[in-house]
Each structure stands twice: as C-alpha cells, then as structure tokens.
Ligand binder design. Structure first.
Ligand SMILES: [Fe+2]
Length: 275
C-alpha cells in the first residue's frame, strides 16, 4: 500500500510504494487526492510511464486541458512539452500559479521529468496557505473583499513582443480576455484560505489606483515567495511532481543552461471557480 513521506518544509510529500503503470482503483485515487490537498504538492520517483499511462493517471482526477501556447506530444494533445536548451532558454522566470488568466484556473498539473540536467533545473513550490496564515489579522480582513485582474496578455508579454508574437498568439488573445479573481480564495477540500495572486498573470487589484495596486501586489508577491513557505524538488528521470494549482505558486530554477531539460505536463481542469 502506498505511503506518504512528508517533506521537512511548509508543504510537499513523496508518495512511495506505488506503481503508476497500474490503473488506480477508487481507494488509491482517494488516497492521492487527499495527499495532494493536504500537502499541496506531491512527488513520485522512478515512474517509467508511457504517455497513455500519464494520461490515464491524470484522468482519475478530472478532465484534461490543452494549453494555448506550448507544443504537445504526438497523438496526445493533452500532454504539453516543456523543453529548454541552449537555443531555447526557459522564459518562465517568475513565480506563478498556472493559467490564472482563465475564469476557472486548473486544479493542478502532473509534470513528468524526461530529460534532466546533471546539475540544476529544480522546481520550487511555495505554500499560499502558509503565507496567508502569517499575515496580520488586519491585513487578512482588508484583503478578504478584494478582487484582482489577471491577464494572459500580461503573462505572455515577452512572447508577444517577439517577431510575429501577436500574430502567433492572436487567437489565444481573443480567447483569453482579462478576468477577475478574489485576492483570497478558499480551498474547496481543506477549507484553508489562500493568497491568490501571482507575479506572472496578476495585473492589478481592482478598485485601487495604479500606485496603490502596485504597492500591494509587490508586497503580496514578495511575501508569498519567502523561503520559509517553500520546498525544492530535485528532478531525476521519471520523477513526477503533482501540484495543487489552487494552493501553491511555483517556478523552475533556470540554472542549467546550456544543458537540456525536457518535461511533459498534463494539466487537469477544476470544476469550481475561485468566485
Ligand atoms: Fe507553471
């Protein structure tokens, strides 16, 4: 039977004694769902799974998304390829929650390590519930009624500024107009309060002047990425990180250039709006 080995940090746990090539039964699915909600990100090692097994595993937790920008594995439009090397360094430098430019952002993602640099290329995760808990009562109360604008255009501004960037992403721009989310959301399973802004996609606090909004967002985005709320995952080939996209921000450590890092990611739909 699978076991949980908690990280010595604010979040994160490794699930051991499990073979993800085998179909998950109801009990094991419930066990993993619970482990994910409680620990906010869970890890697996030595899972040599095929794209179909990756997809079957993800389907146990919800419907699967496709991403408007990244390339995909042949015959598997749900599996996005994140590949970076000397010619194509990672553009993801900022801490973020995935795809908060959508009205219902994803429940989570299952990222599989395929080609891993000998040194570097870790992924960092930070707990939005631990960050919320540390705020003063006064700050918590003042944030509670606020909402913020999240924007695809803001998050992909570097890609849009490249030659033909606007043309390439024109449909994604039409499909993803700016939208509004609460600044504090409640996790639907654990009931924990979470700070739901991120430095990649959050454009502005609604109903504030630009300078007030900038001051508050700068504070919150610095606050949520403090080391005391983080865990660091060091990849091996066939490692998996499964994060709860409602509870964490994350970023890759892009310190492996010119080595190659190739990951395959499936993103799972949520059914509940943060509103
Ligand atoms: Fe991401």
């Amino acid at each position: 039977m699978a076991k949980i080995n908690k990280e010595d940090s604010a979040l994160g746990a490794t699930i051991e004694e499990i073979d993800l090539r085998e179909p998950l039964d109801e009990d094991l699915t419930a066990f993993i769902s619970h482990a994910l909600a409680e620990n906010e990100v869970i890890f697996f090692r030595d899972q040599e799974i095929s794209p179909q097994q990756h997809k079957d595993f993800a389907l146990r937790f919800g419907k699967l998304q496709s991403h408007p920008v990244y390339p995909t594995v042949e015959d598997f439009p749900e599996i996005t390829i994140l590949e970076n090397d000397e010619k194509n360094p990672s553009k993801i430098e900022k801490w973020h929650t995935d795809m908060t430019f959508k009205q219902i952002p994803p429940l989570g993602s299952i990222l599989l390590g395929k080609v891993i640099p000998k040194k570097g290329g870790d992924t960092l995760f930070s707990s939005l519930s631990a960050a919320f808990n540390d705020l003063s009562k006064e700050m918590k109360e003042s944030l509670m009624p606020m909402t913020a604008i999240h924007s695809f255009e803001h998050g992909f501004k570097e890609s849009l500024a490249e030659p033909y960037g606007r043309e390439k992403l024109s449909q994604a721009l039409i499909d993803n107009p700016p939208i509004e989310h609460p600044v504090i959301r409640t996790h639907p399973i654990t009931g924990k309060k979470l700070i739901f802004v991120n430095s990649l996609f959050t454009l502005k606090i609604k109903s504030m002047s630009d300078s007030e909004s900038k001051g508050l967002l700068d504070f919150l985005c610095e606050h949520i990425k403090q080391e005391k709320y983080q865990c660091r995952f060091s990849w091996e080939v066939n490692s998996i990180a499964f994060w709860d996209n409602r509870s964490v921000i994350h970023k890759p450590d892009n310190n492996y250039w010119p080595q190659v890092r190739r990951m395959e990611r499936i993103t799972i739909d949520d059914t509940q709006s943060p509103y």
